[in-house]
Write a new protein. Structure first.
Length: 416
């Protein structure tokens, strides 16, 4: 990171300024870039995920000993869980989206019958196409008929039906993950920031072709993969970070990344994969309403009262006339963050630590220092702030928003 950008991002004399530490070697580790090059981590492209390498470094940096249990309350596609399991740490994760939980648990599977898996891959990729009774749900944010060609729509449902008929649970999950991973490549859609856009692609690769290639690569990964250490538990579950179903003082370390305050609705940007996974459009809408309040579609009912001078300052500088979207989202986001931090605090043992990957954000006329607000909220709950590791600093690139200060992407380290 450029020295001048880091200095420009820091408010001189501000609270916590002396605990902001430049950490440029985390620059790539807090992104999905590392995962693209590493087997199993790359089975499903999840742009918002961070790397297994970051988890391994934090385990060492924070002095987490053998036998410790790690929590990720926003587990996404399970990189924290996989990295911990590979290093011999028990881990549990929660996510409100069934897509993330399914992908996570499939990546954590072991002890496959490799001969049966090989034969199953051969059979399904050679299956002759036929009619299927499965149907796509009606989505309220995109037209399925425009999102896919007629062939791709039918082929994806055909392979889904074939996969659902597989008796072996592990092989069925393995196959379905491979199918989910090719949904966007065979579509007319690209992810553009926080939205899906219909595009005209010159060439549509056949579903069967991409599905077969993905299965072969995943199979090779399993053949080369080192076995997990024996007796290690790692699992993802459906759950809400704001009210974690965990015993008090049962966790030694939390490594996680809450959704950024970027108005991204995960039920939409991963909506096509979710449409192949869940049963109905109503289930998708329900998930949207229940999700973390970082976007317009989440339920914006107030849940708690909390005090934050930094949030108060932000809200005073945000007005309806300059803010394109609902300013209440900002306050709702930090209410949810406060509740999540409280839930994490309860689950941690005394002396336990939490590492939260967060991103600051630009609004019209103001920079929201999410890392500093998380530190403030954490202290109100009872945490001690150890340090804020600054991985990236960049100018906000949102069109139409004046550059006030560069924004940071940081890892906030708290101790109970």
């Amino acid at each position: 990171m450029k020295k001048d950008l880091f200095e420009l991002s820091v408010v001189e004399g501000g609270r916590y300024s002396n605990l902001l530490v430049k950490k440029p070697d985390y620059s790539e580790l807090v992104t999905f870039a590392w995962c693209k090059k590493n087997p199993v981590y790359n089975w499903f492209y999840y742009k918002e995920g961070y790397s297994g390498g970051l988890v391994w470094d934090l385990l060492g940096r924070l002095g987490i000993g053998e036998g410790s249990k790690v929590l990720d309350p926003f587990c996404g596609t399970g990189n924290t869980l996989l990295a911990c399991k590979q290093k011999g740490y028990d881990a549990i994760g929660f996510d409100i989206l069934p897509l993330g939980v399914f992908v996570s648990n499939t990546k954590l599977q072991q002890d496959y019958d490799m001969d049966l898996l090989y034969e199953s891959v051969r059979e399904i990729t050679a299956a002759k196409f036929g009619e299927t009774e499965l149907r796509w749900p009606d989505l309220d944010f995109i037209d399925i008929k425009k999102a896919f060609s007629a062939y791709a729509r039918k082929d994806l449902l055909f392979f889904k039906e074939q996969i659902l008929g597989i008796e072996d649970d592990k092989i069925r999950n393995f196959m379905f993950l491979a199918l989910l991973s090719v949904v966007i490549p065979v579509s007319n859609v690209k992810r553009d920031g926080g939205v899906l856009r219909i595009t005209k692609k010159e060439h549509h690769p056949p579903v069967r072709h991409l599905f077969r290639n993905k299965l072969k690569r995943m199979y090779k990964d399993l053949k080369r993969m080192k076995p997990f250490p024996p007796g290690v538990f790692a699992e993802a579950r459906i759950g809400d970070s704001r009210s974690l179903p965990l015993e008090p003082e049962s966790i030694d370390l939390c490594i996680t990344s809450p959704p950024y305050l970027n108005w991204v609705d995960y039920t939409k940007i991963y909506g096509l994969e979710l449409a192949l996974l869940v049963d109905s459009s109503e289930e998708l809408r329900s998930l949207r309403r229940k999700s973390f309040r970082s976007h317009v579609g989440a339920d914006d009912r107030r849940r708690i009262d909390f005090r934050s001078e930094k949030v108060k300052e932000v809200m005073e500088n945000v007005s309806e006339s300059t803010f394109v979207r609902k300013p209440g989202i900002v306050e709702g986001y930090f209410e949810d963050m406060y509740m999540s931090l409280g839930s994490i605090f309860s689950a941690l043992r005394d002396g336990g630590k939490a590492a939260l990957v967060v991103g600051n954000v630009c609004l019209p006329g103001i920079t929201v220092d999410t890392d500093l607000i998380v530190a403030e909220l954490g202290e109100q709950i009872g945490f001690t702030l150890e340090e804020i590791l600054v991985a990236n600093v960049r100018w906000c690139d949102v069109h139409g928003i004046r550059k006030e200060r560069p924004v940071r992407e940081s890892v906030v380290i708290l101790e109970k």
